[in-house]
Design a protein around this ligand. Sequence first.
Ligand code: BTN
Length: 259
Amino acid sequence: MNEVEISRRIKSEVFGKLIRVYDAVDSTNLRAIELIKGGEEEGTLVIAEEQTAGRGRRGKAWFSEKGKNLLFSLIIKPCINRDSLSLTSLTAALSVAKAVQTLYGLPVECKWPNDVMAGSKKFCGILPETVLREGDHPRISLGIGINVNQKIFPAEIAERTVSLSMLTGKELDRYELLAEVLQHLENNFRRLGEGYKREILDEWIRFSFHFGREVSINVDGQVINGIAEDVAEDGSLIIRSRDEKIKIISGDVSYDTRI
Ligand code: BTN
């Protein structure tokens, strides 16, 4: 992967205007956070072929075979307040889902708050990490990992993980996918800044299979069951549990895919 080749393919104006490519790095999120602290502007893309300490949600690791997938962090400064940060994950997941649907016509699903799935298997994980600044919008290292051409996964995640190449039966062009994802990200974050928050959320809901279904949510070890009803304006999930509406700000959702 090289910077010139990536730049040539990018269609977005701001997202990806500066690119830092690494052969191997601990975590692209950590590199992007360092850059943010050093004053880096919105739009810089940090991308790597391999991560030695890839970070997942809730302190988990993110595994990816060298040179097969997309591992990147984009520096963004979305026009949202610090109480609505989960909107960032939903907007990013929607952008990946639209890019994958546009390029490959695959039926993809967004799973709250920040996974993109095909059937019951995950092919994309999103980890936004925020750097707060007094009196200004937060700056975010928006970390995205997409399983593109990897065919074999570690045993502990193999059952619930898939790659786009496994789904399409073809070896895929990672540059083409990156360019498409960046364009959808730029477009959707611009719309968010222009006030089209509800439209973004409704679009995300159309990519999601939770709604009207029984879900179990693990919130720091406590399991809450209920029917998923809506997503609030700040990106939190609204479920109905025993005639009570509960707003979930963070947690891991599971649901029965056979329903
Ligand atoms: C998840 O747990 O689902 C989130 C995974 C996020 C992985 C990506 S890969 C690029 C970026 N750098 C990291 O260290 N993590 C994110």
